[in-house]
Write a protein that binds this ligand. Structure first.
Ligand SMILES: [Zn+2]
Length: 138
C-alpha cells in the first residue's frame, strides 16, 4: 500500500542519512507529508509544512527512514468496507452495512443485543462458509 500522502511527524533522525542527522535539532518535531517513496520503499521523502526560510539550508523536502517518522493515514481516505454480522438459522453471515442483504443472500436479522454493529469475522466458529469465502476472497 502506498504511503504517499500520509501525514508524517519527524520523531527521530537516527535511522536516516548523515545529512539528515546533522540537522536533527531543526527537524525533529516538524510535520509534513510523504511526497515520494525512496530507496526501494525503505525511505520516505517528506515535504515539510513550514516555509523553506525557517528550515536548514532552506530545504523543504527531506529523505527519512520510516522508523524516524510517526505516520498518520490521510483523513480523506475511506475506511475499507467492513461487513457486519447478521444471523440466520444459527449461522453468522456477513452483511453489507446499512442493508439486510447477506453476501450469500440468506435472509438475516441483526444480533438481538447490539444490532448491526458487530464486524463480521470469517474466523468465528458459526460463520457461514459461503459468506466467509466471499469475504476472504477464497
Ligand atoms: Zn452467509
Amino acid at each position: 500500500m502506498s504511503r504517499i500522502g500520509w501525514r508524517a511527524t519527524i520523531v527521530s533522525t537516527l535511522h536516516s542519512h548523515a545529512r539528515v542527522r546533522a540537522n536533527s535539532a531543526a527537524l525533529i518535531g516538524r510535520e509534513g507529508v510523504v511526497v515520494a517513496v525512496l530507496r526501494n520503499g525503505t525511505a520516505a521523502l517528506v515535504q515539510l509544512d513550514e516555509h523553506p526560510f525557517g528550515l536548514p539550508c532552506g530545504v523543504l523536502r527531506w529523505p527519512l527512514q520510516w522508523d524516524d517518522l510517526d505516520l498518520k493515514e490521510p483523513i480523506e481516505v475511506a475506511c475499507p468496507l467492513d461487513y457486519v454480522v447478521g444471523l440466520s438459522a444459527g449461522q453468522v453471515h456477513a452483511v453489507i452495512p446499512g442493508t439486510t442483504a447477506s453476501l450469500c443472500s440468506a435472509p438475516v436479522r441483526p444480533l438481538p443485543f447490539c444490532g448491526w454493529s458487530v464486524r463480521f469475522s470469517p474466523h468465528v466458529s458459526r460463520a457461514c462458509p459461503m459468506c466467509a469465502a466471499l469475504v476472504t476472497g477464497s
